[in-house]
Write a protein that binds this ligand. Structure first.
Ligand SMILES: [Fe+2]
Length: 176
């Protein structure tokens, strides 16, 4: 199983509104650009892909996450991320993080997909934001994740999101 729902409380509506006020969030300027974008773009025109941006979590939201035991000592990174202006994100590994605990803040019918590599089943993440072209990979699991339900994803598997029709904003927590 590449995902599971977690029994954590829902974010209060005033804090949710704060997270969705993207224009007033601080961008995460350290977010790395993908390394092999040129290679992928040959197979898939860039305009088929959503843009991806990360923002810092407002302090009031962080305090609530700690007070409710959602951010605990195994979690060292908390961000807000946004996928927009395109139907899908590139299939990728997350690295160096080994899990993602996410909470979707927007309603969406987008599908989170997990893949295996066709020729190298033991492939492990080794660098940040490694991308895969569609002909390298094979779909092995997919799910339309419920909005406003905490869930954990195995981001050491190749994964992406398909069918993004509206901006997809989420809290994302991880170990690294
Ligand atoms: Fe990811």
């Amino acid at each position: 199983m590449f995902y599971k729902y977690l029994d954590f409380p829902k974010l209060p509506s005033n804090l949710e509104a704060m997270c969705l006020d993207i224009d007033n969030l601080a961008p995460n300027t350290k977010w790395p650009e993908p390394k092999n974008l040129d290679k992928i773009s040959v197979d898939y025109p860039t305009e088929n892909f959503a843009k991806y941006k990360q923002y810092m979590v407002p302090k009031e939201v962080l305090v609530w996450l700690v007070d409710n035991g959602i951010v605990h000592k195994g979690i060292r990174i908390a961000r807000i991320h946004c996928m927009f202006d395109g139907p899908r994100v590139y299939p990728h590994f997350d690295y160096p993080r080994t899990f993602a605990i996410n909470y979707l803040l927007t309603d969406s019918t987008a599908t989170t997909c997990f893949y295996k590599h066709k020729t190298n089943s033991n492939l492990q993440p080794t660098r940040s934001n490694e991308l895969f072209s569609p002909d390298e990979i094979e779909l092995i699991d997919s799910v339309i994740l419920e909005p406003r339900c905490w869930h954990q994803l195995d981001v050491t598997a190749i994964h992406n999101v398909e069918n993004i029709t509206v901006p997809r904003v989420a809290l994302t927590l991880s170990d690294k």
